[in-house]
Design a binder for this molecule. Sequence first.
Ligand SMILES: [Zn+2]
Length: 134
Amino acid sequence: MSKPLPQPNAVTQRFWSGCRDGHFEFQSCGKCGHHQFPPRLTCTACHAAELDWRRSSRRGAVYSFTVVHRAPLDSFKADVPYVIAIVALEEGVRAMMNVRGTDPASVSIGMPVEIFFEPTDGGEYPLPQARRRG
Ligand SMILES: [Zn+2]
């Protein structure tokens, strides 16, 4: 069994295309200026549909995290233990992703990270992942 792959839809296609091009993009409301992620049809602050896309610096910090020791699917067994984190980006949005390349025991809240893009096995779109920065 392989790992699940991104399944873009009308609302998320722009985001996944951005990942393919090496950009992490989020939505910015043209009416109230609210920044949001994940992508939605309307602004979660004022419900306006005038949403623009902005490119993140890909810099942020670990907001919260957990270490997974028991794989949810057989295809994740080789990865345990691994870190699932909520990363707070400089632009004020938060996104869930893995933290790679770091001993899970050394990950901490507030740790500076940057997003990079990890190819998937047979998938069209790479996954945004975090790694220690600085
Ligand atoms: Zn708004």
